[in-house]
Design a protein around this ligand. Structure first.
Ligand code: NAD
Length: 499
């Protein structure tokens, strides 16, 4: 059985803890490897080495650091198929989705190739007699990235590329369900010229994460995962004096106005609701048609499209629309929530329970499910299902649809489909959600903007990637300098002169 360890000081090492957890092949249900879970001592040791390495890395000028990103980007491109396969093998998503996972991470690496421009400081000339002020951005030191299972390439890259470009060292703790892609990325960035110890990949579970949160050397924590864990990590990291940004779960609504192109709206809902088995924090899980006619027109178009979806292993190639969910427990939880929707009175129009695929009977597959007439009191509305389940909540007016979206505790992404510019503009302006799509179902911003939700979808300050990441991974120092030769005659410094 393959044993997956850590990546410490530029190479793979075995775990010493004797603690492991299984890594499954979600398509077959078989255990394909086991991954080591680091102890507090292993974590602290990795941090001490990272702190040593960080000093030299921070002293390397930003352009040289950016050159490492350039080579890293080239290597990711060169190894695209291999990385996509690694993603799909442990996660179960289709190969095109695996490639997309790598590609969206690569785009953040590409922005980091221009890091020197984003790290420039500010300067005020002659702020007073002979006085100049300048602000510089300095790295935090050692930071940590704690990432979820659902984007094994993209999210580790969102964390490591900006953090390292800013001159930090990073402890990356990937999801124990999909650890291999992070280890391979660490090898590639080392090949690209990153000095040993600057990126340490430490696999682990809660014990390892708690060791990160309590380690005094670690200055910042970037987390992505479910809301309860995001809230927990934010609280513990912040109370230990660390800078923290913790991104959580989602329940993304898509409003469909009566004037929308119904075929395009239905296509968008199927892609955004069922793609990657619904295991995306930007998946649309709630369709909100305005008016009974719109709702009926959608049902008519959605049902044949959903029934046509092909579910299977990534190895089946282009024939498959989405793969299995991540674990047997996830499958059981999703099917349990579908049961609850039926029991609580929603109309289950397409039932994905009990899905079985010949030759893959033990795989964690869930067929696509579609509920109509869902109400906000039902568990299928309240819970983030994180599976291939789309719920339709009928509304009578735009204002009611907007209120539903705004009253939801999550605020990651949302979308509106309409032909009316005034409605679209009003929605974008008023809705209390971080990322908004207009006739665009999954509005993940491009890598030179920034990614982040509102409400219970994010704890802490600043977004991921783009200019915000450069603010999160640096701290500002401002120098006020006075040079007496610059004081003009009669211009003796006084606080008055500064007024
Ligand atoms: P998760 O919260 O279970 O795990 C995320 C990370 O936290 C993993 O590295 C895991 O090892 C660690 N962890 C788990 N339990 C812990 C505990 N009790 N104490 C300390 N650490 C713990 O999330 P997941 O199931 O891997 O990922 C799916 C979730 O992530 C969904 O809720 C999804 O919406 C969310 N997500 C959010 C975003 C975003 O940007 N907002 C992006 C992707 C995924």
């Amino acid at each position: 059985m393959e044993e997956i360890g850590h990546f410490i000081n530029g190479k793979r090492v075995a775990g010493k803890s004797g603690r492991f957890t299984d890594v499954f092949n979600p398509a077959t249900g078989e255990i394909q490897a086991r991954v080591a879970l680091a102890t507090v001592e292993e974590l602290n040791d990795a941090v001490a080495k990272a702190a040593e390495a960080q000093r030299g890395w921070a002293a390397t000028n930003p352009q040289r650091r950016a050159r490492v990103m350039m080579k890293f980007g080239a290597l990711i491109n060169e190894h695209m198929d291999e990385l996509a396969e690694l993603v799909s093998r442990e996660h179960g998503k289709t190969l095109p989705d695996g490639r997309g996972d790598v590609q969206r991470g690569l785009e953040v690496v590409e922005v980091c190739m221009g890091a020197p421009a984003l790290l420039k400081g500010e300067f005020t000339d002659d702020g007073g007699p002979g006085i100049d002020l300048y602000s510089m951005r300095q790295p935090l030191g050692v930071v940590a990235g704690i990432t979820p299972f659902n984007f094994p390439a993209m999210i580790p890259l969102w964390k490591m590329a900006p953090a390292l470009s800013c001159g930090n060292a990073m402890i990356l703790k990937p999801s124990e369900r999909c650890p291999s892609t992070s280890l391979r990325l660490a090898e590639l960035i080392t090949e690209a010229g990153l000095p040993e110890g600057v990126l340490q990949v430490v696999n682990g579970d809660k014990e390892t994460v708690d060791a990160i949160l309590d380690n005094e050397v670690i200055q910042g924590v970037g987390f992505v995962g479910s809301t309860p864990i995001a809230q927990y990590i934010y609280g513990r990291a912040a109370s230990n004096g660390k800078r923290a940004q913790c991104f959580g779960g989602a329940k993304n609504h898509m409003i469909i106005m009566p004037d929308a192109d119904m075929d395009k709206a239905a296509d968008a809902l199927v892609g955004a609701g069922f793609g990657a088995a619904g295991e995306r924090c930007m998946a649309i899980s709630v369709a909100v048609p305005v008016g009974a006619e719109t709702a009926d027109a959608l049902v008519e178009r959605l049902v044949p499209r959903i029934e046509k979806l092909k579910v299977g292993p990534y190895t089946a190639g282009d024939d498959v629309d989405y793969g299995p969910v991540i674990t047997a427990a996830a499958k059981q939880r999703i099917e349990g929530l579908i049961d609850s929707g039926v029991a609580q009175g929603a109309d289950l129009v397409v039932d994905g329970r009990g899905f079985s695929l010949q030759g893959y009977e033990d795989g964690f597959f869930v067929g696509p499910s579609f509920f109509d007439k869902v109400t906000p009191e039902m568990d299928i509305y309240k819970e983030e299902i994180f599976g291939p389940v789309l719920s339709q909540v009928r509304t009578d007016s735009y204002e009611e649809a907007l209120k539903l979206t705004m009253d939801n505790p999550y605020g990651n992404g949302t979308a509106i489909f309409t032909a009316d510019g005034d409605t679209a503009r009003d929605f974008a302006h008023r809705v209390n959600v971080g990322m908004v799509g207009i006739n665009f179902p999954i509005p993940v911003p491009l890598s030179y903007h920034t990614f982040g939700g509102w409400k219970k979808s994010a704890f802490g300050d600043l977004n991921q990637y783009g200019p915000d990441a450069f603010r999160f991974y640096t701290r500002t120092k401002t120098v006020t300098a006075r040079w007496f030769s610059g004081i003009k005659e009669g211009g003796e410094f006084s606080f008055k002169a500064m007024d």
